[in-house]
Design a protein around this ligand. Structure first.
Ligand SMILES: [Mn+2]
Length: 318
C-alpha cells in the first residue's frame, strides 16, 4: 500500500500543478514520503472513483470531485460542480478533519491549495512560485488577449498543450514529481518536454486553422463539431481569437472514452455573459464553472451530444 496516493485532474495544467504543490507541501509539512502513487482522474459518464482511487494509507484528491469515501483524507477543489449529490455536499460540510477545502470562487485549485496550506500549516510556497502563478493565469484564463492563448509562444503555455494532448501515461506523473522539487523554467528546457512538444505544436497550429474554418458564429454563439477528429480536448480560445465578438462557444468532440460537449464564454467579455454554464451542464449530468463547463456522454451517444449541443446553443443565443 503506498503511503500517499494523489488523485488529480488528468490532462489539465491546474490538476498537474495542484498535485505537484500538494506533494511538496505534504513532504515539507506532513511526512517525507519517498514514492507517492499518482492517479490521473477524468470526468466521464457514470462512476468517477473506482475501488483503486483510495488505495493509499493517505489519499488526496486535488482539482477534482469530492468523494464521501472515508479513505479520502485530503481534498482541495474549486469546481462549482464539486459534489455529485446533496449527500456528498452534506458530508463535506460536516467534515471536521480540517483537511478538506473547497472554494468555487478560486481561479485555480493550485493557488487555492497553496494559500490554504500556507495559512493553515505554515507551508512556504516560494520554491514553486512560477508554477503557482502560471496555474492561476492558465486555469483562470487571465491572459491579456486570446492570441496569447492560441499562439502558445510562452513555454508554460506550451507545457499546457503537452499536458492536455500527451498520450504518454507516464508524462503527467513524471511532471508532478519533477515540478514538486525543481523550478518550472528549468523543467521547460528538458528534452523529455521539448521532444514530444514539437509534433504537438505543429498539430496544434493545424487544428487552430481547421477549427477556425469550421466555426459558425450566430447571435454571439460560436458552434463547431470536431467529432471526426478523435481528439478529446481542443484549445478553448480559438473562437475568441478568430472573432472577438464571440460571447459563447458550444463544441462537440469525441475522444476514446466519451463524446463531449464543451461550453465556454469569452474571458474578455465576461460582462456580457448572461448564463451560468455549470448550471446548464448540470442539467445533462455535466459540470464545471459558471464561465466554462463540460458534459460527458458515453462514446456511442454522439447523436445525443449533438442534439443537446444544438439545444444549448439556442438557449445561449436567446
Ligand atoms: Mn482547476
Amino acid at each position: 500500500m503506498p503511503a500517499l496516493q494523489i488523485c488529480y485532474h488528468d490532462h489539465c495544467f491546474d490538476g498537474v500543478a495542484s498535485a505537484a504543490t500538494f506533494l511538496r507541501f505534504y513532504r515539507d509539512k506532513v511526512r517525507p514520503v519517498p514514492d507517492p502513487a499518482l492517479k490521473g482522474m477524468a470526468h466521464k459518464a457514470g462512476q468517477l472513483f473506482s475501488e483503486e482511487a483510495f488505495a493509499g494509507e493517505e489519499n488526496a484528491v486535488v482539482d477534482f470531485r469530492f468523494s464521501r469515501d472515508p479513505r479520502l483524507t485530503w481534498w482541495f477543489d474549486h469546481h462549482q460542480s464539486a459534489f455529485e449529490t446533496a449527500a456528498d455536499e452534506a458530508a463535506f460540510r460536516a467534515d471536521r478533519t480540517g483537511r478538506k477545502f473547497w472554494d468555487p470562487a478560486a481561479k485555480s485549485c493550485t493557488r487555492f491549495l497553496a494559500r490554504t496550506v500556507e495559512a493553515k500549516f505554515g507551508w512556504d510556497p516560494s520554491p514553486l512560485r512560477e508554477l503557482i502563478d502560471w496555474a492561476e493565469v492558465i486555469d483562470g484564463a487571465l491572459f491579456p488577449n486570446p492570441q496569447m492563448a492560441v499562439t502558445l509562444t510562452d513555454p508554460p503555455m506550451q507545457l499546457m498543450l503537452l499536458i492536455e494532448a500527451t498520450k504518454d501515461p507516464e508524462l503527467c506523473p513524471r511532471l508532478i514529481r519533477e515540478l514538486s522539487v525543481r523550478p518550472l523554467p528549468e523543467i521547460l528546457r528538458e528534452p523529455w518536454i521539448t521532444g514530444p512538444l514539437s509534433p504537438l505544436l505543429a498539430r496544434h497550429h493545424e487544428v487552430v486553422k481547421l477549427v477556425t474554418a469550421r466555426i459558425r458564429l450566430q447571435g454571439g454563439v460560436a458552434t463547431y463539431d470536431l467529432a471526426d477528429l478523435g481528439v478529446d480536448t481542443v484549445n478553448k480560445f480559438i473562437a475568441y481569437a478568430a472573432d472577438e465578438s464571440t460571447i459563447y462557444t458550444v463544441s462537440v468532440s469525441r475522444g476514446p472514452n466519451r463524446s463531449k460537449i464543451s461550453l465556454g464564454s469569452n474571458p474578455w467579455r465576461q460582462e456580457q455573459r448572461r448564463h451560468n454554464l455549470a448550471r446548464i451542464a448540470e442539467r445533462y449530468g455535466g459540470g464545471g464553472h459558471p464561465a466554462v463547463a463540460a458534459i460527458s456522454f458515453p462514446p456511442d451517444q454522439l447523436d445525443q451530444a449533438r442534439t443537446a449541443a444544438a439545444v444549448i446553443a439556442d438557449e445561449l443565443r436567446s
